[in-house]
Design a protein around this ligand. Sequence first.
Ligand code: AHM
Ligand code: MG
Length: 325
Amino acid sequence: MTALTLRQYLTQHAFDPDLVFLIEDIASAARSIASLVRSGAFDGNLGSADEINVQGETQKTLDIMANDVFEATCANSPRLAALVSEEVEDVTWLKEPEADDFLLYFDPLDGSSNLDVNLSVGSIFAVMQVRADGDDNVLHKGRNQICAGYAIYGPSTMLVLTKGDEVAGFTADPVTGEFRLTHPAMTVPPETSEYAINTSRARHWHAPVARYIADCVAGKDGPRGRSFNMRWTASMVADVHRILTRGGVFLYPADSNNEKAGGKLRLMYEANPMAMLIESAGGAASTGLGDIQDVTPQAPHQRVPVILGSRDEVAVIEKYHADHA
Ligand code: AHM
Ligand code: MG
């Protein structure tokens, strides 16, 4: 039997018809960005655009192009009121906000430092809703997300999404570009012996994270009594995709070097959507002190510590934080 198309899946799983339009627009944007990434070397788009984005980082040409693609493609959706993008400082309003209109939060091209070395990158997105007619507040907790997902541009292009019940993975047909359900009901196993963290930051780590990693590295002879493996792609989409496929735990904690900024990853369009996906797949997503999706946002580009993945392992890391509190 042929796998369900994205539209068949969305319709069968009772997605709001207006949300179906928006998700199909996001899927179109993902197809276009996948093609830009693939042809980047030919088109001379892999280098820096020599522009500084709102996070103070140098933008890649493709970061900007991917943002433009998202804006142009998703602006078709009649009930989309506003866009919050990693690459744009201010909220982009597309219409007067009316109750239940959609708010789209996205990182158009995450992990773009991997472009030059031909590793997987991706786009991350979340959808929330306007509370009441005329309400221009976009700072809602992750618990209010009605849909979240990512596209990964790897050996194959995939779209992975959830509306909070289950996580479904769709692979783009390499010939037609059509997304078909290839990974139904993705789950994160509760236990794992694989962690992902940038260990070059070890000198900045706070005590609970330093203790956790030391215990993992000690392996069979240490307090955990078993050996651990380590993977770090420096592309959150790729690291989360691995965890949704075979389990694991991912940490980008606050440390003495980034804590003034609140951490490294952004709450609204990186941490929240990934937290919704991981929780919907049976995992957990924490700041170390509480659930990411319960953090009250103060600003659209706010950063947050991120610890997510297999439930039991996230619980161990939270316990280490509690022990040191
Ligand atoms: P970006 O949005 O500028 O691409 O930064 C986010 C990325 C994540 O994909 C990844 O987990 C992290 O930054 C890697 O950071 P580091 O370079 O410190 O390893
Ligand atoms: Mg990013």
